[in-house]
Ligand binder design. Sequence first.
Ligand code: HEC
Ligand code: HEC
Length: 420
Amino acid sequence: MLDLLPTVLAASTVKSVGAVIAAIVTIGFIWYVVVNIRAGRAEVASEIELAPNRKPYYDDEGLEGPRLDGALRWAVMMLAVSAIGLPLYWLAEPSRQEGAIEQFDRTFVGRGARLFAPTEDGGYNCAGCHGPEGVGGAAPDFTLLDAEGEFDATMDWQAPALNTVLLRFSEDEVREVLVYGRPGTPMPAWGTEGGGPLTTQQIDELIAYLDSIQITSEDAKELAEKTLREELALAEDAEIDYADPAVGEAIFNLGLPSGTAGGAFSCARCHTKGASLVDGSQDPEFAELSEHRGFPDGSGAFGFSLRYPLIPRQFLSAEDLLEFLRKGSVENLLYGQRGVGSGRMPGFGDNPNTLEPVDDGMFTEEMLQAVAVYVANLHLDGQGDTAPAAGGTPAVPPAVTLSDVTTTTTTAAPTTAEES
Ligand code: HEC
Ligand code: HEC
């Protein structure tokens, strides 16, 4: 409020200066008119004899002949100019406006591209993590901290492709991620409200740029299927057996093993802790990182755990679950039995930026069905929420007891229990 004051004051100063000028002009004008009327009054006896300093005006013939014709010719010419010019103006106006909008869009996209570009090209280096033109990549050297907040390791973290981001999220949902980032991941907050460096307009410019690099739903589905075949080690034209649970599992983790599209097609990047960490199995320290990786599929991270039976806890039927995966969540809209959406769960089968409820998302219907069945059965695989991943490093945390919250064994900040 307070910093608005100078603006308001400035506005009223401008207004009062304007009022004074208007008053001076009005009074001056009235004065001018009055003086002219008085000065223009005919002098006494002026009609009898012309004063020596005056010359006779045109006679009647001259006035009503060539002079009148001349004036009328000019009038017709001016009328013609208005009659032709105005329709021409109206005809050209819509395309002029369209052109202006296009020009505006191009300017926005161009500025967004510059913001997206690497630092050495004057940008904020979205491309450094998300790949050039947002094809997906990895954020280098993300620092993992242990329970005491101390350094554990640095690992690369896959950064999802953004050339499909508007197939799964609405523009507002993307804006939310840009402004506030994804805490706990390498994705920083960029908007002023989130503590970042970019203005609202720059965020809009980035979204305009993202919009300009989106691939089509068909291309996205093709890439998803191609990646699925590669990760299942199938031939390029082999049939995919969607009834096979291994296929559902591969879709749940799609792209994460190979790094395709930075894992943008996967569920695991949000629903399994550590899933986005780039496999560092060459590194001897990698095996030690059981606090950060090796969790069973869908045991929860940014998105909830999917291991408490989804049906009937949240969804009454498999169709309800499928419908949810197709559209994703919308902020403050209810889903399932007790769900309140945050807009953070993407839609995989329906582009939320188009109104028609058609199959224009990233996944084919078969892929959606297979992954729905896979997640609906996750609680049956015997891995629970705390069991180790098959073949992975045991990730079983010791049972938490009351003593874990009543004593402090570290020099970390005092716990609330200690304070009370
Ligand atoms: C330091 C690396 C890094 C930089 C720089 C970065 N991002 Fe990200 N971004 C990430 C990672 C990693 C994620 C995924 C986080 C996760 O696992 O949930 C992400 C997620 C996103 C998402 C959500 C996508 C989705 O499908 O979940 C958007 C949108 C996004 N970033 C846009 C941008 C834009 C625009 C910029 C530049 C202004 C940018 N990012 C800069 C690393 C980065
Ligand atoms: C970008 C992160 C993200 C991705 C990717 C993602 N989810 Fe989610 N998911 C969420 C969040 C966050 C929620 C919680 C609902 C909300 O906040 O709107 C959620 C909720 C869910 C729920 C409802 C759980 C409940 O108990 O209410 C299911 C089921 C689900 N996701 C399945 C999936 C599947 C299957 C995939 C892959 C096809 C997937 N998710 C991909 C973030 C994600």
